[in-house]
Design a protein around this ligand. Structure first.
Ligand code: SAM
Ligand code: SF4
Length: 358
């Protein structure tokens, strides 16, 4: 059994009361780049291109969802304008997400242009995999570097229960299509849920090893009004300990530029990651902001403050300077971190994850 715990240790509760001593060197960045008041440089934007989805995962959405009317959603041209402005401010990594990004009509029109955007050298995608068998090859051709596929179970009946609609076989075909199209280091994202999929963590890691995939386990977050989360919540340390009984896990200093801490399985290419917003707060090194399908710029996944870009895009079309200023201003409301606590049943953030894109 493995004794190591994940690093770093959790930061204090009430994180935004906490003021770190900022090294002045940390505030010294090139003019025009996006830097928050804690000296963190923003180089990564997660862009949700739709709030719609062809699944209704129980931890992500309510059963009856009302989606946004089309005019409240950024057009693909508006998404591109926003991305161009960010790229001009030094953002080099873009993640396309949703809802399910590949159900957005003409999503490839946007993705092809983002893949050719000067300064963006890391265009990546998070998907539920349902449409990947159709889109894997065009995504590769559009310069998408890497794909994350959400997969919480390998059992078809359980898959149907978790997603309320989805078909596991289609997603597995999508993963194969991604590999056939030449994607490497495709990563599975698994939300850990006690009594739902915790008996499959070992099988999921075996599947990842057998298919040369990476896998990250995610602690469930209290986004949106969904009850019963505290019964299903499992922290990363518990999963790590359980996996340690079956695999010889070696801590790795590798990073994919995100909050995951990685472990290696000797003799395989697979990295096993843990994304632990509750148990091991990673806000100190936050380098990202999120744009919702409605054009809200959320500087933090776990807080409710946002800057609204859609009115600027619609009232002042083509006014890049104004858009840029609004983005700069958002740095003023980027908090030090989220305040997720173990009180999982009350939503600590009112919007569903499908609005913000994970
Ligand atoms: N539809 C795509 C997918 O499922 O990969 C992209 C959007 S989805 C909102 C992005 C990620 O958020 C998925 O990996 C999903 O498992 C995760 N997610 C959704 N709700 C969550 C929650 N409450 N806590 C933790 N992760 C969540
Ligand atoms: Fe859809 Fe992804 Fe949310 Fe599941 S996690 S409902 S696939 S947006």
């Amino acid at each position: 059994m493995h004794n190591e715990t994940l690093l770093p240790e959790s930061t204090p509760e009430g994180l935004n009361e906490f003021r770190p001593n900022i090294d002045p060197a940390r505030l010294n960045h090139a003019p025009g780049t996006l830097v928050d008041k804690y000296g963190r440089r923003i180089t990564y934007v997660r862009l949700s291109i739709t709030d719609r989805c062809d699944f209704r995962c129980t931890y992500c959405m309510g059963e009856e969802m009302t989606f946004l009317p089309r005019h409240e959603v950024l057009s693909l041209e508006e998404c591109l304008q926003v991305a161009e402005v960010f790229a001009g401010m030094g953002v080099s990594k873009l993640r396309i997400t949703g809802g399910e990004p590949l159900v957005r009509k003409q999503a490839m029109w946007l993705i092809e242009r983002l893949g050719a955007l000067p300064g963006v050298d890391n265009l990546v995608l998070t998907t539920n995999g349902s449409q990947l068998d159709r889109f894997a090859a065009p995504l590769k051709a559009a310069n998408v570097k890497r794909i994350n596929v959400s997969l919480d179970t390998l059992r078809p009946d359980r898959f149907k229960a978790i997603t309320r609609i989805g078909e596991l076989a289609k997603v597995l075909r999508g993963i194969e299509a991604a590999q056939a199209a030449g994607f490497t280091r495709t990563k599975l994202n698994t939300v850990m849920m006690r009594g739902v999929n915790d008996d499959e963590f070992v099988d999921l890691v075996r599947y990842a090893v057998d298919h040369a995939l990476d896998i990250s386990f995610i602690e469930e977050m209290p986004l949106g009004e969904i009850h019963g989360r505290s019964e299903t919540y499992i922290g990363s340390d518990e999963t790590l300990a359980r996996l340690g009984e079956h695999f010889d896990l070696t801590p790795s200093a590798e990073s994919s530029g995100g909050p995951a801490k990685y472990w290696r399985i000797p003799g395989s290419e697979t990295r096993v990651g843990f994304i632990s917003p509750h148990s091991h707060n990673f806000c100190d090194s936050c380098n990202r902001v999120r744009i919702t399908a409605r054009g809200e710029l959320y500087p933090c996944l776990g807080q409710n403050d946002a800057v609204h870009l859609l009115p600027i895009l619609r009232e002042f079309p083509g006014d890049t300077a104004r858009l840029r200023q609004a983005i700069m201003d958002s740095m003023g409301i980027k908090p030090y971190g989220h305040d997720f606590t173990a009180q999982m049943d009350a939503p600590q953030v009112v919007r569903f994850m499908s609005m913000t894109g994970g």
